[in-house]
Design a protein around this ligand. Structure first.
Ligand code: GAL
Length: 352
């Protein structure tokens, strides 16, 4: 009986100590932009699961693409005593004031995937190499259209991302640098003439906005059966809008343009399997989350996190030390290995 009591007391003591250790590891605020795009749901879920697995408490919030909501969520996190903030911003330039408070409270800020602009309160940035995303998309189109060897010109349009997202210009810039020489030489023709970022941008990365712009382009330039060989879309939500518009206008599989994307959202992977989209950049959100969790761990133990870029990401105030993960592309040839064999999706999710 006495022995039993001692064991019980020891057990209770161990439990109490471990819960102290658990609480002492800290609280992390994770602010995500929206649940309306699939990827951010995965990013949020992965961050939460991986942080909790190493003993942190997590306050995860989604802001419905509303800047004021995100700001008030951040204020609450600061009031709630978080030790580190991890933020995927909606408008990268709108968080200066709230982050000033974080700075005063000594809370380090990690910009997640999208750089936070015009503030010195950002401590680190972790993302996939944004310019490389665009280069891979541009190169895919260049090769698909055989731009180096074809005789006749190819017809093409561009759809970029949200103008308030710093990444969007990098994506477009990377793609543009690959394609522009062919526009100059006359190998690529853009019938709409819209090639400036402001003209091709898609507010909020919204599928409906992309679809409406494609509807307009079709009405103005493609309604008499003109050829369209490629549509360079910066991500999957814009690709989805463009695809729906083309289908609605009667484009069939045999005259469907090459379409790029990014994020490997389920609807888009299904379109790749069905022959309506050519590729999508695969950003394994598990990899980015793991890297950011390592950053949090380093910060919390007073060490320097792993950084592999200290030159490219100036946020208007200073260069932010950055970790860049490497993006790859998925298409009909490698999707099985990348997306299914890696456990990212089950065949069932892709309707297989
Ligand atoms: C970007 C992100 C992309 C894509 C897009 C739409 O910032 O890097 O992967 O998801 O936002 O939300």
């Amino acid at each position: 009986m006495k022995k039993g009591l001692t064991i019980l007391l020891t057990l209770l003591l161990v439990l109490a100590m471990s819960s102290v250790a658990f609480a002492a590891k800290g609280k992390i605020g994770v602010a995500m932009p929206t649940q309306s795009l699939q990827r951010w749901n995965q990013d949020g879920a992965n961050m939460k699961a991986q942080l909790e697995a190493v003993g942190y408490t997590v306050d995860l919030q989604y802001a419905n693409n509303n800047v004021a909501t995100q700001i008030s969520q951040l204020e609450n996190m600061i009031l709630g005593g978080v030790d580190v903030l991890v933020i995927a911003s909606i408008d990268g330039s709108a968080l200066g004031t709230v982050l000033e408070t974080a700075k005063l409270e000594g809370i380090p800020v990690i910009a997640y995937d999208r750089l936070i602009m015009e503030t010195d309160a950002v401590t680190y940035y972790a993302t996939f190499d944004n310019y490389m995303v665009g280069t891979i998309q541009g190169t895919y189109i260049r090769d698909a259209l055989k731009l180096d060897t074809r005789e006749e010109p190819a017809y093409m349009e561009f759809f970029g991302g949200s103008p308030d997202d710093n990444n969007a210009r990098y994506f477009f810039g990377g793609a543009w640098d690959v394609i522009e020489p062919y526009i100059k030489s006359g190998k690529v023709i853009v019938p709409s003439g819209q090639t400036a970022f402001e003209q091709i941008a898609t507010m909020n990365w919204d599928s409906a906005n992309a679809q409406a712009r494609m509807d307009n382009l079709i009405a103005a330039h493609y309604s008499a059966g003109q050829r369209l060989d490629a549509v360079l879309c910066s991500n999957d939500s814009t690709a989805l809008g463009v695809t729906n518009s083309l289908k609605g206008a009667g484009f069939e599989k045999d005259n469907f343009p090459y379409i790029t994307g990014q994020d490997c959202d389920i609807a888009n992977v299904k379109n790749i399997l069905a022959g309506y989209q050519s590729m999508s950049i695969f950003k394994d959100t598990r990899t980015l989350a793991a890297q950011v969790v390592k950053m949090v761990e380093a910060i919390m133990s007073g060490e320097e996190p792993e950084i592999n870029n200290t030159t490219d990401y100036h946020n208007g105030v200073r260069i932010i030390p950055t970790y860049l993960c490497e993006p790859v592309f998925a298409d009909i040839n490698n999707y099985k290995e990348l997306l299914i064999d890696s456990g990212y999706y089950t065949p069932d999710q892709l309707g297989l």
